[in-house]
Design a protein around this ligand. Sequence first.
Ligand SMILES: Cc1ncc(COP(=O)(O)O)c(C=O)c1O
Length: 406
Amino acid sequence: MLATTTTTAARRPATAGGTPVRGEYLTFGRPHLDEVAIDEVLKTLRSGWIGTGPKTAQFEAELAAYLGVKHVVAVNSCTAALHISLVAAGIGPGDDVLVPAMTFVATANAVLHAGARPVLCDVDPVSQMATSAHLAAAVTPHTQAIVPVHFAGRAADMTDILDFAWRKGCLVINDAAHAIETRHAGRNISGQGAMSCYSFYPTKNLTTGEGGAVATDDDALADRLRMLRLHGLSADAWKRYSDTGFKHYEAVALGFKCNMTDVQASLGLPQLARIEEWSRRRMSIWTRYNEAFATLPVTTPAGWPAADRHALHLYTLMLDLDRLSANRDTIAHALHLEGVGTGVHYRGLHLQPLYRDRYNLRPEMFPTASRISAQTLSIPLSPALSDRDVDDVTEAVQRVLTHFAR
Ligand SMILES: Cc1ncc(COP(=O)(O)O)c(C=O)c1O
């Protein structure tokens, strides 16, 4: 249970000359690295094998068991995971790939790196994700794939999306960067779609420093992904310097260099063992925030269907700008002055110069994504937060929003 705080919302915020809520700055998305994880990394550093090896294989096996899929192919980022998934599926020049506008640039960048064209679509105002109606409005005769983004850890409606994809003959590759624990209709989303791509970036629910993975039930795709992540060399080429004896490798395709290392995997393994415990902690912070912000000029994150599971990766407030005298960036700065770091997830891809200018996109073409882009603000939600940290975030948000309320 989290301690309760007396509401000090009436106190002057730092932005108006008051004393900041915190002395020590609370960074957004602080990872939870305990001594067990640090010791595991040290053991690997001392083992003499720090590249891709047994720890990476163990991480892949344990993650596959957690996700309930046949194969996990570990790489060095989710961006690489998305890229090699598209290449493994044969997506390339002349193909279109549907991508929701509300995502990180990596989702669409991977499509460009594969040589295909990302076609952006708008999102639902409640889930902040694309539904089949949004996909239908953007689909083209060249659409070969869809990349649903399980935004903030909430499950996209995979029943709806897979049905749409089947009707259009498209492949589904999940951007599951936020979504290790995410379930739709009682099952982890990992097996729902051809491939699912994970991120182990420092702010994610599980981090390997930098890292990523592709999960799939398809044996042939898994073989291709393993080959593509390591220069296009024949399977198990990473074992060429191991104690199993000298082996020749063969370059069988033009691949990439994005394999995960054992140092990264060692950091990830102990976190995987604690992921359910941390999820409970995330839920307790989430509930506390929902209660504390109920009467402020914001909308707290929407609930989700009972048969789904939310990974609780991002706690994102939607600021009610009509009831506030400041915009999102001013409020983010005011929280910064209180000693609380925040994040913006996201300013839509259609607003980023790369996509805006390349495809001549305008804000009114994506009305919901444009509105979310101006209103959204994520506050710290990490199992590494102490009760005191949570109290401080709560107090800072209450103070700042009360100050700017009209
Ligand atoms: C939705 C989404 N997709 C892809 C990525 C890329 O992940 P990575 O940094 O591991 O390449 C991120 C990272 O923040 C993300 O949030």
